[in-house]
Design a binder for this molecule. Structure first.
Ligand code: SF4
Length: 250
């Protein structure tokens, strides 16, 4: 056999003999089952009750109407800012009828600093009119009726029903609740923190109904104090033992 051919033949044999690396089994993905997730939710709720026993809304109010108005104003605005605006606002417009008859330019000027003031003005005047004309000036206490008010969606309705009327009809899902639900791995159908309806449903499935109003207030407090959007403080977080995101976000 010529030299070159011999060399090639040797190479082929060597290649054939090279031990084949053992195929690694695919990494096991440990998916939490429903029982484990429910158990974790129970522990998270217990820890929240320890951390924030008095959790409730930071929006100052003395009536269902005031809470509704403050909640409408709180969209895309801090509670602190809303609380700066509402004392004068409630003095100027003490009833639903007063909001119904408000002069738009004057109302706009009073709530301007809360942002989106033109839309909010429309919602407040529209809500005042529906309350005055359809509900005798009183605040309804059912989800269906509250959703008839202009500018009122489930988040605002849940807030009024739970916080003022003590009815756990649903769970307030704001930016904090959405973010924490994702980070805490509490979602089963919602894909991200934007789908408020699915997030609400997932949380309602996971947590006992009597806790719904409290849960939202507590998650909001935790989101503000510890698990902020930009800088979650996992090192001091009381939920870290039950949070799949602990230490992975910074
Ligand atoms: S451990 Fe970190 S990510 Fe999880 S809830 Fe606490 S602060 Fe947020």
């Amino acid at each position: 056999m010529p030299k070159l051919k011999k060399k090639l033949a040797k190479k082929v044999i060597a290649k054939k003999r090279r031990p084949v690396a053992a195929k690694r089994p695919p990494a096991k993905r440990t998916r939490e089952n429903a029982t484990a997730r429910t158990a974790r939710a129970v522990r998270i709720l217990a820890e929240l009750r320890e951390l924030y026993p008095q959790a409730t809304t930071a929006l100052q109010h003395n009536s269902a109407l005031e809470l509704l108005v403050a909640t409408i104003l709180s969209a895309q605005c801090t509670d602190e800012r809303v609380n700066m605006v509402t004392p004068n606002l409630f003095r100027r417009y003490p009833t639903a009828a007063a909001f119904a008859d408000a002069e738009p330019a004057e109302l706009e000027a009073m709530i301007r600093s809360t942002g989106f003031f033109r839309n909010k003005t429309k919602s407040l005047i529209g809500t005042g009119r529906v309350l005055r004309d359809e509900f005798g000036g009183c605040m309804p206490d059912t989800m269906d009726d509250l959703l008839k008010l202009p500018g009122v969606a489930r988040k605002t309705a849940n807030c009024v029903l739970g916080t003022w009327f003590g009815k756990n009809e649903g769970i307030v899902v704001d930016t904090h609740v959405g973010r924490l639900a994702v980070r805490l791995g509490l979602l089963t159908t919602a894909r991200d923190d934007k789908d408020a309806l699915k997030i609400e449903n997932d949380l309602m499935t996971l947590f006992p109904q009597e806790s719904w109003t409290y849960l939202a207030h507590a998650l909001i407090q935790h989101g503000r104090r510890v698990c902020s959007a930009r800088k979650p403080d996992c090192a001091t977080c009381g939920l870290a033992n039950d949070c799949p995101s602990a230490g992975k976000l910074n």
